[in-house]
Write a protein that binds this ligand. Structure first.
Ligand code: FAD
Length: 396
C-alpha cells in the first residue's frame, strides 16, 4: 500500500494559516497528512501589533488560539520552533524533533532588516510578535515611571521610531494617542514628551499617494509627532541615535520599523535569496526545490512592471490560498495555478478615528478610511474564523 503524502507547513502566520485552512476544506479523507508547525500555540494578527505595542489595545485582541482555527482531525498542530530546513533530505529540524515531508510550505515570516546600521540590532526594539509588543509597552510605561525619579533624564521621554513606512506611521500614531493618557497617569507635562519619526527616504510612506501622505503627516504632526525625513540613522547606541553629521538624539527608546528581510533559515538551507527572500516561481515554489512552497515575507515576487511586491499580509493571504490549491492539484496530478496578486487596496491607520487609504482607485481619508480599516480587520477575522471569531475579537 502506498504511503499518504506528508505536507508540512512552517509558520501559522497569514500565509501558513490560510494554507492550512484551505487545505482542510479541500483535501479528502486520507489524501495527505498535514502538519502545521508554529512557535506559539496562537496565531497573531501582525497588522494589529502597533496598537498593543503603544498600549492602546490589549495584546489578547491581536492573537487567536490556533486550535480554534484548524480542525485537529484534519491537521496536526505541532507547537515547536523550527531550527533548520534540510531541503535535500526533505526534513525539518525542530527544537525538539525532526519532521519529514513530501511537500513543504515555508511561511515563517520576516525578520528586521537593519541594513548594517551599527547598534540597531542590539539597541532597538522591533514590532514583530506578541512578546515583542508586550516588551515595548512595558518599556514605554517604565520610562515614564523612571522619569519621575530622575527628572533631568529627558531621554526617558523621547521616543524614536526609525522608518516611516506603514508600520512606523501606524505605530507613531498610536503612541501619540497613548501619550496624553500616560502623562495623566504619571503626572508628566505633555510638552516634555518627544516623538520623532526618522526616515531616510525624502517622504513618509514612500510610493503612496502624495496627497494622502501629506494629510497623514498633518494629522500626526498635530498629535505631536516630529518627522525627520531624508534623514538616515547612522548608528543606534544605548544613548539614542546618531543622524546627519554625527548629531546624537538622546533617547531611551528606539523602535526600528525600517525594513524586513526573509527568515535567515532559508539562506542557511541553501535557498537562493535576496535579503533572505526567495524569488519563487509563478506557482509559488522554490526554483531549486519543486516540492517547497514559499509564502509571505519569506518570498519575493515581482509585479508586471518588474518591481518587487512589498511584503504584506494581503499578498501572504492570497499566496496561502493559491498554495493550498496547488498542493491539492499536485496530489491529484492536476495542473498548478499561477499566482496572480489582486490588489484590494491599502489603508494606513493614523490612530483613533483617522486613517488614509487607497481602495481600488478611490482615495479615502479621515473617519471613512478609519472605518474601512476596521472593515478590513473584520473581513480577515471572518476569513480565518468565521462569524464566531468576528463576534469574539472584532471591534469597530
Ligand atoms: P507572519 O504573519 O509574520 O507569520 C510568521 C509565523 O511564523 C508566526 O506565527 C511566527 O510565530 C512563526 N514563526 C517564525 N519563526 C518560527 C520558527 N523558527 N519556528 C516556528 N514558527 C516560527 N500588511 C498588510 O497587508 N496590511 C497592514 O495593514 C499591515 N500592517 C502591519 C503592521 C505591523 C505593525 C506589522 C509588523 C506588519 C504589518 N503588515 C501589514 C505586514 C504583514 O503583517 C506581514 O507582511 C505578514 O504578517 C506576513 O505574513 P507571513 O505569513 O509571511 O508571516
Amino acid at each position: 500500500m502506498s504511503r499518504v503524502p506528508r505536507i508540512v507547513i512552517l509558520g501559522a502566520g497569514y500565509g501558513g494559516i490560510l494554507t492550512a485552512i484551505r487545505l482542510q476544506k479541500e483535501l479528502n479523507y486520507n489524501e495527505a497528512d498535514v502538519t502545521l508547525v508554529n512557535k506559539h500555540d496562537y496565531h497573531y494578527i501582525t497588522t494589529h501589533l502597533h496598537m498593543p505595542a503603544a498600549g492602546t489595545d490589549n495584546p489578547e485582541n491581536a492573537r487567536v488560539n490556533i486550535l480554534k482555527l484548524i480542525d485537529e482531525f484534519k491537521i496536526d498542530f505541532v507547537k515547536s520552533t523550527v531550527v533548520q530546513i534540510k531541503p535535500q533530505e526533505r526534513k525539518v529540524i525542530l527544537e525538539d524533533g525532526t519532521l519529514s515531508y513530501d511537500y513543504l510550505v515555508v511561511g515563517l515570516g520576516g525578520e528586521p532588516e537593519t541594513f548594517g546600521i551599527p547598534g540597531l540590532k542590539e539597541n532597538a526594539f522591533n514590532i514583530r510578535s506578541i512578546n515583542s509588543v508586550r516588551l515595548i509597552r512595558e518599556h514605554i510605561e517604565y520610562q515614564f515611571a523612571k522619569f519621575k525619579r530622575e527628572p533631568h533624564r529627558k531621554d526617558y521621554l523621547t521616543f524614536i521610531v526609525g522608518g516611516a513606512g506603514f508600520t512606523g506611521i501606524e505605530f507613531v500614531a498610536e503612541l501619540a494617542d497613548r501619550v496624553p493618557e500616560l502623562c495623566k497617569e504619571f503626572d508628566v507635562s505633555p510638552e516634555l514628551v518627544k516623538i520623532y519619526n526618522i526616515e531616510a527616504a525624502p517622504s513618509a510612506l514612500p510610493g503612496f499617494d502624495p496627497e494622502l501622505v501629506q494629510y497623514g503627516m498633518d494629522v500626526l504632526a498635530k498629535k505631536g509627532v516630529e518627522f525627520k525625513l531624508g534623514t538616515a540613522i547612522k548608528e543606534c547606541t544605548p544613548e539614542g541615535v546618531v543622524i546627519g553629521e554625527g548629531e546624537l538624539i538622546k533617547s531611551a527608546t528606539v523602535i526600528w520599523t525600517g525594513g524586513i528581510r526573509g527568515n535567515h533559515m532559508l539562506e542557511e538551507a541553501g535557498f537562493e535569496a535576496m535579503r533572505g527572500r526567495v524569488k519563487v516561481d509563478p506557482n509559488l515554489r522554490s526554483p531549486q526545490f519543486e516540492n517547497v512552497y514559499i509564502l509571505g515575507d519569506c518570498s519575493l515576487m515581482f509585479n508586471p512592471d518588474g518591481r518587487p511586491y512589498p511584503p504584506t499580509a494581503q499578498i501572504a493571504m492570497q499566496q496561502g490560498e493559491c498554495c493550498a490549491h496547488n498542493l491539492v492539484a499536485s496530489l491529484r496530478g492536476e495542473q498548478l495555478k499561477e499566482f496572480k496578486f489582486s490588489m484590494k487596496g491599502t489603508v494606513a491607520s493614523l490612530g483613533k478615528g483617522e486613517a488614509i487609504g487607497l481602495v481600488g482607485t478611490k482615495k479615502m481619508k479621515g473617519y471613512t478610511a478609519y472605518l474601512m480599516k476596521k472593515l478590513i480587520d473584520l473581513r480577515y477575522l471572518y476569513i480565518i474564523g468565521g462569524i464566531t471569531l468576528v463576534l469574539k475579537k472584532g471591534k469597530l
